[in-house]
Design a protein around this ligand. Structure first.
Ligand code: GLP
Length: 241
């Protein structure tokens, strides 16, 4: 694991955007794995800036998002599809046909998960996967006591996650209790991974993920076994390392 500690959120976002832009420069038809949440918002902003300065383009880029709420229409403003459209897809030249999200409205969930995995494989796998981390150590929506062998699947969200994500909804009752998420195996098959975290509230979980025993109660700890992970964190998130 490479750990890059930066001064603040802005620097973290800039570094991450430069890494993604370099990936796309080296391989214009890169397959990117993308994350949602507050953490990568600044990175998307920086990528849009680089695009506007014509320093990177997304014409040939293919994307797969990590996760999507189950039962939320993509047009719902709280869906991760809406988040991605608002923060990146509508602001750059990515082709709609190259965007892939888990289908939160799938009638046959298993079939749609199998299809998601096979699409990733057909395109040669994920070249670079961006990750955030939940306060309980989740990556994507792979909650504690995860099965490290799982691929894209339907998950029950942890109470802590439902509570944390209720800030985006009018009330906690509106937060979906299930989601479709890439599995740990899907994530671990990515060629490169960058994980972003900022703030004191992520310090404890970063310490456990980086220095702790690899174990399913901290899903992100499995990343210790991946051979190309870069963790970009601000001083606060790094304060217990
Ligand atoms: C969410 C997402 C994750 C994200 C995490 C942290 O529930 N499913 O992909 O990394 O929680 O979110 P935040 O960046 O807002 O702290």
């Amino acid at each position: 694991m490479r750990i890059i500690v930066v001064d603040n959120y802005e620097e973290m976002s800039k570094k991450a955007a430069l890494m993604v832009a370099s990936q796309v420069t080296l391989k214009p038809d890169s397959v990117l794995g993308l994350a949602t949440g507050d953490t990568p918002l600044g990175m998307y902003e920086e990528l849009v800036k680089l695009y506007n300065k014509q320093e990177v383009d997304f014409k040939e880029v293919r994307t797969f998002n990590l996760d999507e709420y189950y039962g939320l229409d993509p047009e719902n403003p709280q869906s991760y599809y809406s988040y991605m459209t608002r923060n990146l897809f509508n602001k750059v030249d990515i082709s709609k046909n190259n965007i892939n999200m888990p289908d939160g409205m799938a009638k046959d969930v298993n079939a749609s998960c199998v299809l998601y995995e096979s699409k990733i494989k057909t395109l040669g796998g994920i070249d670079m996967q961006v990750l955030g981390i939940g306060g309980n150590g989740h990556i994507g929506f792979n909650e504690p006591n995860v099965n490290f062998e799982a691929q894209t699947h339907l998950v029950n969200l942890d109470e802590q996650t439902i509570e944390a994500n209720s800030r985006f909804f009018k009330s906690i009752e509106e937060v979906p209790v299930k989601a479709i998420s890439m599995g740990i195996k899907t994530i671990m098959n990515s060629k490169k991974i960058i994980l972003l975290a900022n703030g004191l509230n992520k310090a404890e979980v970063i310490e456990k993920a980086v220095n702790g025993k690899i174990n399913p109660s901290i899903p992100a700890s499995i990343l210790q076994l991946h051979n190309d992970v870069t963790i970009i964190i601000d001083k606060e998130a790094a304060s217990l390392l």
